[in-house]
Design a binder for this molecule. Sequence first.
Ligand code: ADP
Length: 497
Amino acid sequence: MKKYIMALDQGTTSSRAILFTPDGVPVSSSQKEFAQIFPKEGWVEHDPMTIWSTEIAVATEALLKIGGSWEEVIGIGITNQRETVVVWDKSTGAPVYNAIVWQCRRTADYCRELTEGGYSSMIKEKTGLLIDPYFSATKLKWLLDNVEGAREAAEAGQLCFGTIDSWLIYNLTGGRVHATDPSNASRTMLFNINTMRWDEELLKLFNIPASMLPEVKPSSGIFGYTSTKVIGAEVPIAGVAGDQQAALFGQYCFDKGDIKNTYGTGAFLLMNTGDAPYLTDNGLVTTVAWQIGDRVTYALEGSVFTCGAAIQWLRDGMRVIESAADSEYYARKVPDSGGVMVVPAFTGLGAPWWDPYARGIVIGISRATNKYHIIRATLESLAYQTADVVDLMERSVDTRIPRLKVDGGAAANNLLLGFQADLLGVNIERPECIETTALGAAYLAGLALGTYSSTDDLRRNDKPDKTIAPEKSDEWREASLKRWRAAVERSLGWAEI
Ligand code: ADP
């Protein structure tokens, strides 16, 4: 009778639901986009009620599409856009303000004050994070300071704070459960990843009443049961993780040193660092990957701002390709980039360069250069930027990576993956099920509910769709990376000139 695990994947631009069979095969899915709200330059909000209503709608639709019912669902796994802040009233469940989205930069000045005030190392040691508007704490403080009556209500214990996972759990359980998991908590900048508790000193610094915080429960475990008033059935919510951590889990990166890259609009690299949080001062973020029982697994995270977006630029800006997939077809028309390098520093560069003033360049052009070389060089830049972050991670943990698991839209590009294998000198593996984020949430739930006995048991489902081995020599790799770094040097600081 019970045959599916329901993964709710609440993303930045859409709410999605996927039903998986226990062997990790997606059998039905549904997706709904929703409005992005931009009240001012640099501000980004979502309507929390829309997030909830679209999520429950897609869950229902995924079931309806295959004539299924909630009675057939073993359990629910939740994965979500991270860091986004929702505050709601404890008694009515009504949000007091829109959700402030991770992308929102409204607290940039306050973050600068914190950095100048010398808080960086204390915050890094406790939370593993860098001071940036990206993380939840400063957004939550802004909300309490700026929404009329919010601070008084919070201090009177009338408000709940949550990231999107908490908001969904609260609504699914009919307001009975206010909880989160450590992978989400570790993105708030209020959670101490060493003690695995909300941190009193940070709560004081950001002036956040402890009464509004969710209870932190293991990522795999029963969070609560859905209310019959909400979906007509009592289904356990048994797995919760932020989207990137869920993808790491869905990619079977269970062991120390396992690493995945998601080639989306930007790229997100996460490396499992086992039971120790590795703190670095090179721009990588240290985060909780997941907690199963008492066992906490940590990860290092690094991101590339412009990844698939560089391919969008070829399509929409340069108009040299019609679809993203064309990039492979045209790039294959030439054997290499003909000495051309593209550094897509459109919005500056992140790790390891950290230069907001860097701007894009195309360099190495000769009379023989044609558009295919430029397309190929742009595609290769996705791999070069990834190699830079991998290199930082390897140096941080002092281990060479065994292989790189990949997913995300641009991972469909075999030329890119081949070039990535050559640059890193290790195998690249793309899984059969590319819905790794949703799959990770489903697995965390299935693990809690006995569908799987252990992470080893889960590995039976691990079926690479494609494994690409490196073909180039170490000398080629070193020479290529040297030229790339020389090109990057030339892009730095351009916007300041
Ligand atoms: P996101 O979740 O960030 O919206 P996706 O994982 O859906 O991103 O990936 C979309 C990105 O992947 C786009 O930036 C697009 O340009 C790029 N992309 C999609 N298909 C290909 C392809 N075959 N080759 C190269 N890039 C691609």
